[in-house]
Design a protein around this ligand. Structure first.
Ligand code: HEM
Length: 308
């Protein structure tokens, strides 16, 4: 979806190039530890996989840029906007600059939204009551037809499921900042140049702001609740000038995909499978998430609420 909407490119080629982006994400994370950082300079299997994936991504992106430059047409998508953009001196972006922008958008927009959806289905499979409320909303708003953009304002509970999922399992579980000047935060002196790590995972489970913080309760997201919540008690998309640029796009995409999939299928948990959150640069399920998929119609729902 990211590739289609941002670059209007054919999906199969992109899927080929991006098939192994988790290798890129893993490499970012492993680079955080000193030993692994040293290891990243050695031709380990991981480092070679990383090189291979990056070569594939570069080939795909540089290919798109060359095609578009040669065609010279405004396709009305983000790639065309970037190609047409000029700085104050009238200069456009170089190919490496465009490559950096496009790669960031692809990597930032792919895994994050997919993870939000994966965790949502996992949480729904563990919480039959919430799953039932979601099903009821989809039935009453859509009555079996596919959702459209115009339905979003009515899909209130569906959106709450996405919000509550990202509270408990924020795909970007840490966000980094660097202090520009010496400053003080919460009584701690911070020297200029210090790296700071802020964790939505921790803040989102703070009992001062969220009653019963470990429980999956989409219905807590009433307008009144949202209004009284301190600004950075909930920040799955970060904040300030660097806030996620795909924020609104991701909410729209996740809400619609959740509605479409849940409308057609019931996904129930498999007790034999464990799911362990795995904090790479994004929050992955370590062993994947395995669920039983059944046609959504006419299935009895287990009444018990499981713990997560
Ligand atoms: C559920 C889905 C997503 C989540 C949870 C998410 C989360 C984030 C977070 C936490 C940041 C860092 C913000 C900060 O430092 O304050 C970020 C940055 C960014 N995101 Fe997302 N994101 C999502 C989807 C997307 C999508 C769909 C796109 C593009 C289509 C995208 C593009 C970007 C870009 C380009 C940045 C860098 C912005 C900058 O540094 O100025 N994201 N995202």
């Amino acid at each position: 979806m990211v590739v289609k909407t941002l670059f209007n490119s054919s999906v199969p080629r992109a899927v080929e190039a991006m098939g192994d982006t988790t290798a890129v994400l893993e490499q970012f994370t492993t680079q955080w530890s000193v030993w692994r950082f040293l290891g990243s300079y050695l031709p380990t299997p991981n480092a070679r996989r990383f090189e291979r994936v990056m070569r594939g991504l570069d080939e795909f992106i540089y290919g798109l840029i060359a095609e578009r430059r040669a065609g010279g047409k405004d396709a009305g998508d983000l790639l065309s906007m970037l190609l047409l953009a000029k700085d104050d001196d009238g200069n456009g972006m170089s190919d490496p600059q465009l490559r950096d922008e496009l790669t960031t958008l692809m990597v930032a927009g792919l895994d994050t939204t997919a993870l939000a959806l994966s965790w949502a289905f996992y949480l729904l499979s563990k919480n039959p009551q919430a799953d039932g409320e979601l099903e009821a909303e989809l039935d009453s708003v859509l009555g079996g037809r596919a959702p459209r953009f115009a339905d979003l304002p009515q899909l209130r509970y569906t959106e709450k499921v996405v919000k509550e999922t990202m509270r408990l399992f924020p795909p970007a579980w840490v966000i980094g900042r660097e202090a520009v000047n010496d400053c003080e935060i919460g009584g701690h002196g911070i020297a200029a140049g210090t790296s700071l790590i802020i964790s939505p995972w921790l803040k989102h489970r703070d009992g001062r702001h969220f009653e019963n913080p470990e429980a999956f309760q989409p219905k807590r997201w009433t307008d009144e609740f949202t209004k009284q919540l301190p600004r950075y008690a909930y920040f799955p998309f970060g904040g300030g000038p660097r806030i996620c640029i795909g924020n609104a796009f991701a909410m729209m995409e996740a809400t619609l995909v959740l509605a479409i999939v849940r409308q057609k299928f019931r996904l129930t948990s498999l007790p034999s499978r464990t799911v362990t959150p795995w904090p790479t640069i994004t929050l992955q399920p370590k062993e994947g998430i395995y669920l039983k998929v059944e046609s959504g119609e006419g299935k009895a729902r287990p009444a018990k609420q499981e713990t997560i």
